[in-house]
Design a protein around this ligand. Structure first.
Ligand code: BTN
Length: 239
């Protein structure tokens, strides 16, 4: 069960790093490491994740690889989907999923997911800007990031968010069906039908997002008419 044990810390380096220390417990699967702040919060591509605002949610979920009965490449999308469902459950805020791991509100990022493999476990690290204040965002992300507090104009209860999120995440994992998931991801997609610029390793692909494959990969019709199947990368521009 996700969150059968939630271990809370005031300040850690990164909940993803700390989670590794809890991978040897008998009941590691489903343990959540939660922190009020991180001083080395990490994002994808070795970026930092702003984690000094106690309004944010910083957590990592430990999942035993042997209990995952789907392509683990889908984990970031599943986590982003569960965050997006939870936000819509506790607020009137409309969310979108930006492949492969971001939740977007009002064209700005509200949540990101960093999945890492450790021994026989996946560590699913999730950052959500719940009650973050605009004035506390570092200058470089001020215009790109938002929070539920900024969008909804009120403070959201962290405990309720966590309870609903654990149950959404668990229900997607338990009743996993890739066709249903992809259908939902398409409904909430921030990029489907749009022209994008995607950075894949050290090259950029320009084209239109036309579909998602069952393993979560993105299908792009590139500007030279080729269909590209992209299973990892970063969308750097959306038009
Ligand atoms: C991204 O959008 O690039 C992913 C951001 C992931 C941030 C979370 S916060 C909790 C966990 N601990 C970390 O150091 N990173 C993830």
């Amino acid at each position: 069960m996700i969150g059968h044990k939630v271990i809370t810390f005031d300040e850690v380096s990164s909940t993803n790093d700390l989670a590794k220390e809890f991978c040897n417990e008998v009941d590691s699967n489903g343990i959540v490491i939660l922190a009020n702040k991180q001083n080395k919060g990490r994002g994808r591509f070795e970026r930092r994740w702003h984690s000094s605002d106690i309004g944010g949610v910083y957590l990592s979920i430990i999942l035993a690889a042997t209990l995952i009965n789907f392509d683990p490449k889908l984990l970031p999308l599943i986590a982003a989907y569960a965050v997006s469902k939870t936000i819509e459950q506790i607020s009137d805020i409309k969310t979108f999923i930006k492949w492969p791991n971001d939740v977007i509100v009002n064209n700005k990022k509200v949540s990101g997911v960093l999945v890492e493999k450790y021994k026989n476990f996946y560590i699913v690290g999730i950052g959500v800007n719940l009650n973050n204040r605009k004035e506390n965002f570092p200058i470089d992300i001020k215009e790109k990031a938002t929070s539920l507090f900024i969008e909804g104009g009120k403070v959201y209860n962290k405990e309720i968010f966590l309870k609903d999120f654990f149950s959404s995440f668990e229900s997607v994992l338990e009743s996993f069906n890739s066709l249903d998931l992809i259908k939902e991801i398409k409904k909430k997609s921030y990029t489907l039908g749009k022209n994008v610029n995607i950075k894949v390793a050290d090259k950029n692909i320009f084209g239109k997002v036309i579909d998602f494959a069952n393993d979560g990969s993105l299908l792009i019709e590139s500007t030279d008419g080729k269909i590209e199947y992209i299973n990892s990368g970063e969308i750097v521009d959306v038009n």
